[in-house]
Design a protein around this ligand. Structure first.
Ligand SMILES: *Cc1c(COP(=O)(O)O)cnc(C)c1O
Ligand SMILES: [Zn+2]
Length: 419
């Protein structure tokens, strides 16, 4: 089966609970959503997707933040601390320099814990409450652990996070720590952490809140819904293209699902769906490899390296959902170097948008695709920036100007300034 923009609406199976069920994207087997803890298909181990009997139109959306989109989510409300409703900025300098018709930056760093992961957690932790689990866990390159620690604390549930030792930015570890998560530093990379935490979850030791969990992606769909509404409010149209950083490809999968559901409800025409364009770091680019080589499966990279630690991932678990998303929307994927990422981080900063390195990959990717001609000058584009500058203060300081020591008197300061 391919996840397509066909607009098909499956009938609810008997296992549906108030019009919500889980379906395997590979073999189509359906499951009751809240009866048992389940992350993948019992029959074939394929990825699961949340399905709904009623699909949303724009008229259904009301209120603010993630829960404005309750009609596209499995619950009416969640464990919420005002996530979502992030700004869609104009970026005149980058727009000029890349020469596209219209460029906006959707800054997901403006969420409560400073990344889009909050959108997934407000839904995921609500589902965990419904399932009655008593320990939440994730593997993380940092931001997932910060968000889970925060939302777990809010829900009063124990949180366990597994981090690759020495490869997580300082701000993110500090967040997980202060919000009271138990932090395990693993002597291995992110993919090893995810293997372990998946095993723990399979043994019933904890409820897994990585993006393998289909409910998290439901919350992250709201990025796509918000972009459509905001872009239309600002320009009168929907964007032609959304460029986003890709790690586990959860967002790519989630945005595609949001658009598929709008097409199926008749709220969006298939040709209005923005082209999903994924950007990875050169040192961790298995999705780009699959797109470039036309492969149906993504080859796991054992060795990965990039300064953009949030996307330092060699085995993108959501690839089976995300590859069709890129292909069916007419998008593409591109890899950028760490230098290109840092340059883009500086450019964003000049336009007043402070982001962590992984976020800047989207702008670096757009630049590259403009140079190669893969993105046309008449396109209306949204770049997604995924995390806040303060997440990775070391990277920001390294990319920016150095402090200058001066004496503690005005004349000395003026001298130093050469005035
Ligand atoms: C998690 C994360 C990503 C990767 O997102 P995926 O949905 O896994 O592709 C990118 N940037 C930042 C800042 C993140 O925290
Ligand atoms: Zn299956």
């Amino acid at each position: 089966m391919t996840l397509s923009l066909s607009g098909e609406r499956p009938d609810p199976p008997e296992t549906a609970d108030e019009g919500v069920w889980l379906a395997c994207i590979e073999c189509g087997t359906t499951f009751a959503p809240f009866e048992a803890v389940r992350y993948t298909c019992d029959s074939c181990d394929g990825l699961l997707e949340v399905r709904y009997a009623d699909l949303p139109t724009f008229e259904d959306f009301e209120g603010r933040g993630v829960w404005r989109y309750a009609d596209a989510l499995p619950f009416e409300e969640g464990v919420a601390i005002e996530e979502g409703d992030t700004p869609l900025y104009e970026v005149p300098t980058i727009e000029d320099e890349t020469g596209v018709a219209d460029l906006r930056v959707k800054h997901e760093g403006m969420n409560p814990t400073g990344s889009f992961k909050d959108r997934g957690m407000t839904v995921g932790v609500r589902v965990a409450e419904r399932l009655g689990v008593d320990r939440l866990a994730c593997a993380s390159t940092g931001n997932t652990s910060a968000a889970l620690a925060c939302y777990g604390a809010r829900a009063g549930t124990e949180v366990l996070v597994l981090l690759p030792a020495g490869k997580v930015a300082a701000g993110k570890v500090a967040q997980a720590s202060l919000h009271g998560a138990r932090i395990l530093e693993v002597d291995g990379n992110f993919d090893a952490c995810l293997d372990i935490v998946s095993d723990l979850a399979a043994r019933g030791e904890a409820y897994l809140l990585n993006s393998l969990n289909p409910f998290r992606l439901e919350g992250q769909k709201t990025i796509g819904l918000e972009i459509l509404e905001q872009f239309r409010d600002q320009t009168g149209e929907f964007p032609d293209r959304i460029v986003l950083p890709v790690g586990n490809a959860g967002n790519t999968a989630a945005l595609y699902k949001a658009f598929r559901e709008l097409v199926a409800s008749g709220a969006l025409a298939p040709e209005e769906v923005p082209a999903l364009t994924g950007v990875q770091a050169e040192g961790a680019a298995p999705m780009v490899e699959a797109i470039e080589e036309g492969n149906d499966e993504v080859r796991r990279w054992e060795e990965v390296e990039t300064r953009a630690t949030a996307i330092r991932i060699g085995n993108p678990v959501n690839a089976p959902k995300a590859l069709p998303g890129i292909r069916e929307t007419g998008g593409t994927a591109v890899a950028v170097s760490d230098e290109e990422i840092t340059d883009a981080q500086r450019s964003l900063a000049r336009d007043g948008v402070g982001v962590e390195p992984a976020s800047a990959a989207s702008v670096a990717g757009l630049r590259k695709l403009r140079e190669s001609g893969d993105v046309a000058a008449d396109e209306q584009v949204v770049c997604l920036t995924t995390g806040h500058l303060l997440k990775d203060p070391d990277a920001a300081a390294a990319a920016g100007a150095n402090p200058e020591p001066v004496p503690a008197d005005t004349d000395g300061v003026l001298d130093h300034l050469g005035e």
